[in-house]
Design a protein. Structure first.
Length: 293
């Protein structure tokens, strides 16, 4: 069997072959019971799947009689999946946070994981569903919103037309046109105290310039680090020729600035606290000042 032939396999078998390869890559071994437990298939079917994978990649695994398992060989090369470290670690975090369970992943066993606890933001599913409905139907929505603006210390009802969702690293917000202020702004979904009726929209998503515009932030190692430390930062951030270019929406630039502590990089006495700085700082600051939040 060649790789192209797997494109014509039934979806279920393709999933099982990818599962076999996932376990071989990340866990180093697999047996029939793992396939039967995961997919609720018979032992003969699991044997067929293992044989199919051996036909696809004969150098990737071999049977270890003492372990009674198929193990990855030193020549192992993925054929069906593109292993992604960030995705694997994201699943570990989601499991630790209780968002998903181990059974929702292809991971065999959970290693000892410690995740820094972050106070969770209350997000009512019915509220999120209403926002999703407003975005999909391109309607406005009346919300009772608690702003942190000193000029609006009490909750107030306002009408907004949401068109997108943004994540700032700690909380979700809706990007929306505010009918009161006549501008596009961010509204933290968890601060919506009550929801009213959907209504007619205002402000087209195409007109949200800050949301639709991107700025290439050029990151470089903090020059106050030692040469060896700077080389490590270049590797850590996957830099090319000593810099990394990150495209960020203008509307998310403020959060990017805070999350990477770029706003205090030049004030820090300890450069290791801000290992990267912005190379195109003048342009960056000009756009940051121009964006409405």
């Amino acid at each position: 069997m060649n790789i192209e032939a797997t494109d014509h396999l039934p979806w279920g078998q393709r999933q099982r072959l990818e599962f076999i390869e996932f376990r071989l890559f990340w866990e180093g071994a697999i047996n029939r019971s793992e396939i039967t437990d995961r997919f609720s298939v018979s032992v003969p079917q699991a044997s067929t799947d293992l044989s199919a994978y051996r036909a696809l990649a004969p150098l990737n695994m071999e049977y270890n009689a003492s372990q009674k398992r198929y193990v990855a060989t030193p020549q192992f090369k993925p054929q069906l999946i593109a292993p992604n470290a960030e995705r694997y670690l994201a699943q570990l975090r989601a499991i630790s946070d209780g968002v998903i369970t181990l059974a929702d992943t292809s991971i065999a066993g959970l290693p000892n994981v410690g995740v820094m606890p972050v106070p969770s933001r209350r997000l009512d599913p019915l509220t999120l569903r209403t926002f999703l409905k407003a975005v999909r139907s391109q309607r406005s929505i009346n919300i009772e919103y608690q702003s942190m603006n000193d000029q609006r210390p009490d909750p107030m009802w306002r009408e907004i037309t949401p068109h997108a969702f943004g994540w700032d690293g700690f909380r979700w917000h809706a990007r929306a046109f505010c009918h009161v202020q006549q501008v596009f702004k961010d509204f933290i979904i968890s601060r919506c105290l009550q929801l009213g009726e959907l209504g007619g929209p205002k402000g087209s998503a195409a007109d949200d310039i800050d949301w639709n515009s991107f700025f290439d932030v050029v990151l470089i190692p903090n020059p106050r680090l030692s040469p060896a430390q700077r080389r490590t930062i270049e590797l850590d951030y996957g830099m090319t020729e000593g810099r990394s270019i990150v495209g960020v929406r203008h509307a998310l630039l403020y959060y990017f600035d805070k999350r990477l502590r770029l706003d205090v990089a030049e004030k820090q006495d300890r450069p290791k606290e801000t290992p990267v700085i912005i190379d195109n700082r003048e342009q960056y600051d000009r756009i940051l000042r121009a964006v409405a939040y």
